[in-house]
Design a protein around this ligand. Sequence first.
Ligand code: APR
Length: 237
Amino acid sequence: MNIVILTGAGISAESGIKTFRDNGGLWENHRVEEVASPEGFKANPDLVYRFYNDRRRQLLAPELKPNDGHEAIAHLINTLSSKENMTIQLITQNVDNLHERAGAKDVWHMHGELMKMRCQETGEVFESLESFDATTPCPCCQQQGNLRPHIVWFGEHPFYLDKAFSLLALCDLFISIGTSGHVYPAAQFVSMTPDDCHRIEVNLEGTPVSHNFNEHITGAAGVVLPKLVQRILKDIP
Ligand code: APR
């Protein structure tokens, strides 16, 4: 059996990270294009560095923790991944590290990672818990101004798409959690699964792609996922 889980901002909402589309199109009080596009970065790099440094600091705050939804997914993965004839893969659009902090390994971060930076010259990626900006020398080329957040901005290609497509083509159970169905290609993942795949959507509300799912679980991820995981583990011998 092959299971694919896709998560979006909704799974981290109960940990205190704001989702993107719940605030009149503003992300932490900024227009998304201002802080999440190559054009925005070019127009005002200082603002963009500051924005991601703030997001990184927020993620490192001791009170910000994985919630019961992250814990339930990690439990499912860690219980099933050692079973024979079973694969379970987690693809996330989130740039936070809450899945990993809950114990999930090998998470496919298709929109990049907040705790990483990238050299624009060489493409090398570095872990960074620290703030960085245009004055920070790049660890690989020592040049200032070459580092950027390792985040996929609007207009850029998501990471690991080939991997995602091949997982979806063989998927028997697809679970999509806390994602608005507005951003492609993730929004079309559900329609790339085989006809006999069981597709579960977990969300507070319906989405533009809800009709592609054959089961809907309406509720907060932190509340409904522990029950869903219990049910799946009971159903799988
Ligand atoms: N439990 C379940 N679902 C929730 C919860 C919750 N506690 N809170 C919010 N949601 C749902 C909302 O109803 C909404 O459908 O999560 C979804 C969040 O949608 P978005 O804010 O649009 O986030 P997402 O779908 O992850 O955005 C995709 O867009 O801005 C870009 O790159 C960014 O990765 C992001 C991508």
